[in-house]
Design a protein around this ligand. Structure first.
Ligand code: FE2
Ligand code: FE2
Length: 312
């Protein structure tokens, strides 16, 4: 039995829907996506409004007052930890963990970009959505670079993963939808939970760098607004069977992913992130971020969902 909540509450990301609702929500998402991101610049893997935002940050650069305590420790550990993570200062550790998560994103989106149809070759809304989604993710890589620049880290390279993982990310977008969609949805949940966890520790880790901290949060929120929309969009691909598979995958995928980020025990509570992912219903997100993002009609508070579906 479904618990009746106050109509002003968002509903679980795992809320049921119908094939008609999913088709309608793809149309709604596509409208949102164009308003939100502008026009696709396919050759540059970019979007006009995202480019403007990035240029705004670059035109008004903020740099930390002091460099990191030991910048060499960042470069020694960012691709793979050479030192014991517990021996690395937390300012550096947070940045190396951000890089490691972003590196997976970069490898994943590069594989997916090469495997999906070009925007100009398609009339299908879902394919257009996928192309926009990937271009937004490439924009996130540029925003991550801006975070590193904020701490005077200008030599960061995007390094491929080990050959086996590179292959996994190449095969992934070619899997049948029934297999790929739950995995892709949970990947988005991992990203959102990670960005929220970073947001939660920023003030403490960079307490003596308030301007840099404020800038990193602004960059992080640009990414978070997109990721919030992405989880709704990826949820929209899931049939009831896909939802059951996704729920089942949350624990093993969170566990496997964060095993590859050895910084995590010093910064984040992965068990809590996993529980939050399973319970995710938008109500814990800041209204200022939600207002700029997109939520499927079947997860919205009842009155707004009725407006969006055109039901009186
Ligand atoms: Fe992402
Ligand atoms: Fe995403």
């Amino acid at each position: 039995m479904v618990m009746q909540r106050d109509t002003g509450w968002y509903r679980s990301i795992f809320s049921p829907n119908t094939p008609e609702e999913r088709a309608h929500n793809f149309e709604l998402y596509w409208q949102f996506s164009q308003d939100h991101a502008g026009l696709l610049l396919e050759a540059e893997q970019d979007l006009t409004r995202k480019r403007e935002t990035l240029r705004g940050f670059q035109a008004d650069p903020i740099r930390s007052r002091a460099p990191l305590p030991d910048p060499e420790a960042f470069y020694r550990n960012y691709v793979q930890c050479q030192d014991a993570p517990g021996a690395i200062d937390r300012k550096t550790l947070l940045l190396t963990s951000i890089y490691k998560v972003a590196r997976h994103e970069w490898v994943g989106i590069t594989g997916a970009w090469n495997a999906t149809e070009a925007f100009s070759d398609t009339q299908h809304v879902v394919t257009k959505i996928c192309r926009y989604h990937l271009a937004e993710e490439f924009g996130h890589i540029r925003l991550f670079e801006e975070m590193f620049h904020t701490f005077h880290l200008t030599q960061v390279q995007w390094v491929p993963l080990q050959p086996f993982m590179q292959r996994v990310y190449q095969v992934f977008p070619r899997l049948p939808g029934a297999m790929m969609d739950p995995l892709a949805f949970v990947s988005e949940l991992i990203g959102l939970m990670f960005y929220r966890a970073v947001d939660a520790v920023l003030d403490e880790v960079y307490a003596d760098e308030p301007e840099a901290c404020h800038r990193v949060r602004a960059l992080l929120h640009e990414i978070t607004v997109d990721e919030l929309a992405h989880i709704g969009q990826r949820r929209n691909f899931l049939s009831p069977r896909g939802v059951r598979a996704a729920r089942w995958l949350v624990r093993p995928m969170f566990s496997a992913f964060f095993k590859g980020i050895p910084e995590h025990p010093y910064l984040f509570d992965v068990q809590a992130m996993t529980r939050d992912a399973l319970a995710f219903d938008y109500n814990t997100m800041a209204p200022a971020l939600l207002e700029r993002s997109w939520v499927p009609t079947y997860c919205r508070p009842l009155e707004t969902a009725l407006c969006a579906t055109g039901t009186p």
